[in-house]
Design a protein around this ligand. Structure first.
Ligand SMILES: [Zn+2]
Length: 298
């Protein structure tokens, strides 16, 4: 259990917690009692002393906790192959309302990208068919602007999973206001900023190269040289809303993640072997029964 401790994080009364099981650090700004980790639901948490003054922007929740529970129920409850632990009341009750720390940036990709392109044509010469390949060097001067790129600052949610629910609309972004965080937890950023920026640049460059490539009107195309660079601007720290549930099943972790604004969901479900066997037996029994009844009464 933890000892309650009031700090001045975010410039207002808040408490910071550390989970001894999954190492998550999170804040609670409201007055509600915090007994479980907002990531893994463990009760093995402690309050820690750490004060920092930040006032990030906030994308407010539009979906309620009940919306998240209902959506989760609809995915697991009547699914015969999903193991019981996914359906238990305790599991459903441990969906957490959480704000995740991100950087939102604009990006510009600018520079020359050189492709090797080519076309193959079939030609006939003296009744013999040849394949002729023509090669070209295609230089593209690119200038691409991207708005509201999201960089995930917490290692507790995998980028790959997070990006599948990341359709936040930043036109509803609000200035920091403690009351918006009243009944939720706030995960503390724990990633190295340089690494986050680097992986963000790589992601945008990859996307830009695909765009440049798709502009080339030749059948064959290969990147030859890339002198373009990615520059970030208008960086701001933002808290974005999610509903988070982590389920441990047979030494593996499965995550249910709902975008708290749009309701878009990413979930990792698993089919249990016991459930598959029971379901198969039930089906077999049912078919056998129907066959028996048909044979008996006809
Ligand atoms: Zn935890």
């Amino acid at each position: 259990m933890y000892q309650e401790d009031e700090h001045n994080s975010y410039g207002i009364a808040s408490r910071k917690f550390h989970c001894r099981d999954c190492n998550a650090n999170f804040l609670s700004l409201g007055s509600k009692v915090v007994e479980h980790c907002c990531v893994c639901n463990s009760a093995n948490i402690e309050s820690v002393n750490d004060v920092f003054e930040k006032k990030p922007f906030i994308v407010p929740f539009k979906k309620s906790l009940e919306d998240a529970k209902n959506d989760y129920r609809s995915k697991v409850l009547f699914h015969p192959l999903v193991p019981f632990v996914f359906k238990s009341k305790a599991t459903i009750e441990s969906i957490h309302k959480v704000y995740l720390p991100v950087f939102v940036v604009d990006a510009t990709v600018e520079g020359n990208i050189d492709f090797l392109a080519g076309d193959k044509t079939n030609i006939m010469k003296e009744k013999v068919q040849f394949v002729e390949t023509k090669k070209y060097s295609v230089l593209q001067k690119v200038r691409l602007n991207f708005r509201n790129i999201i960089l995930n600052l917490t290692s507790k949610i995998q980028d790959k999973l997070f990006h599948t629910v990341c359709d936040y609309q930043f036109d509803s972004i609000l200035d920091f206001e403690p009351s918006l965080l009243e009944d939720s937890s706030v995960l503390v950023a724990d990633k190295d900023i340089k690494e986050v920026a680097e992986s963000g640049r790589n992601r945008i460059m990859k996307h830009s190269l695909n765009i440049a490539k798709s502009n080339i009107q030749h059948a064959l195309k290969k990147l030859n040289a890339n002198e373009a660079s990615v520059n970030f601007s208008n960086s701001k720290e933002v808290l974005v809303p999610v509903y988070l549930l982590l389920i441990r099943y047979k030494d593996k972790e499965y995550v249910y993640l709902m975008n708290g604004e749009s309701g878009v969901v990413s979930s990792e479900l698993v089919f249990g072997m016991t459930e598959i066997i029971l379901f198969s037996l039930a089906m077999f029994g049912l078919i056998f029964l129907i066959a028996f009844l048909i044979a008996y009464y006809l």
